[in-house]
Design a protein around this ligand. Sequence first.
Ligand code: BES
Ligand code: MN
Ligand code: MN
Length: 466
Amino acid sequence: MDQIREYLSQNKDRFVNELIELLKIPSVSADSAYTQDVLNTAEAVAGALRKAGCDAVEICETKGYPIIYGEKIAGEDLPTILVYGHYDVQPPDPLDLWNSPPFEPVVRKTDLHPEGAIFARGASDDKGQMFMHIKALEFMVKKNLLPCNVKFMIEGEEEVGSVSLADFVKENRGKLANDIILISDTGLIANDVPSVTTGLRGLSYVEVTVTGANRDLHSGLYGGAVANPINVLAKMIASLHDENNHITIPGFYDKVLELSQKERELMAEAPFDLEEYKKSLDIDAVYGEKGYTTNERNAIRPTLDVNGIWGGYTGEGAKTVIAGKAHAKISMRLVPHQDPDEITELFIRHFKSITPQGVRVEINPHHGGEPYVTPIDSIGYKAASRAYETTFGTPSVPHRGGGSIPIVPLFEKELGSKTILMGFGLNSDAIHSPNEHYGIWNFLKGIETIPYFYQFYTELFKSQGS
Ligand code: BES
Ligand code: MN
Ligand code: MN
């Protein structure tokens, strides 16, 4: 596998340019205005897999966007790695906060990325990280070094809840049979601290609407005399946390798996500089649940956050009005062993119970997902950890990710295999935000590291069995 470094030095400009071409296609799955672009991206991914040497590449139609499947079978007795990634991206708005257009990728140097980073929507989440796997395969196929079987499954609906993929997995258990699932859709602690992501949070997501009078009202003629849905919604939302920033929904914490003191101490060993953290965000203090550190708050503790809130007049100048309706989108990040459906139910029951007279509340649940934890004594974890150590030159540390990939627990349920999360992004990549970017160093390091995972995993598999 050591030939990878030479292969990279010969091909890195081409790799970056190919990724840039992929990033130019605006594959926004949430917005139907981009439907044709999402479909074009699916074609482009299938083409890239074929070019990399994948056999049997298929564009699998679904009720939603297609799933790209491809495989390269090296031998019946060899283990099979299933690579998952997504080619869809988040909407790019707010557009005016981008320093360059989201679908016109540019390379710029930053303090964290002296070698340059590619700025574009999807650069890190997940086109750039998914593409590393295609290029790593290209290398192994070209140099005749592929040590095991590989299957690719790249979807186009991750950012909207992987609805079609869930059916696809259930209907294609045989085709997708594998020994381990490998995903690069998370991050490293830092470029000098390689880290296998050992957990993902679950998600429960609701949209609430508070309705007052049957129409918008003059805030002078009616103000003070009837409920203002925006005031009421703000008050209801504020009451969902207490003075210690604990969530007040009855039963919310009942099933939360509390980590032992030892596990918390282990977590605290991962390098983290609170001052740097605050500086990078321009904040004078962190904020969160009493009794937990920042890294605990964003990984092993559940949260409740308003993601959007609207209603009434938000245009220029002042309009004196009491809106008839107020809305909010609320996400709850969940940890083992919270159940998303149960949490949604608890939210609905509680939110209804705190509704004051004079308004009506309507709650619509959106897609959710279960939390996930990867065991660190598995051969998959060991192979990933060793691969990072080989190419980064420093031992890797386990690290819980705060984000969610709801399809991962479903993979385990339907396919019976564990997932290894080998991310190469950084928290500062601004995923889902304006100016998303992905370090070229990170992109190339990923391509360098992945073949070692294949090698170590195959060796461990042969010596120990799965
Ligand atoms: N790649 C992210 C998830 C992620 C990022 C996990 C960094 C851990 C570290 C994924 O594309 C994503 O954005 N997931 C959504 C959930 C989905 C249901 C829209 C999320 O976490 O908000
Ligand atoms: Mn992603
Ligand atoms: Mn995402």
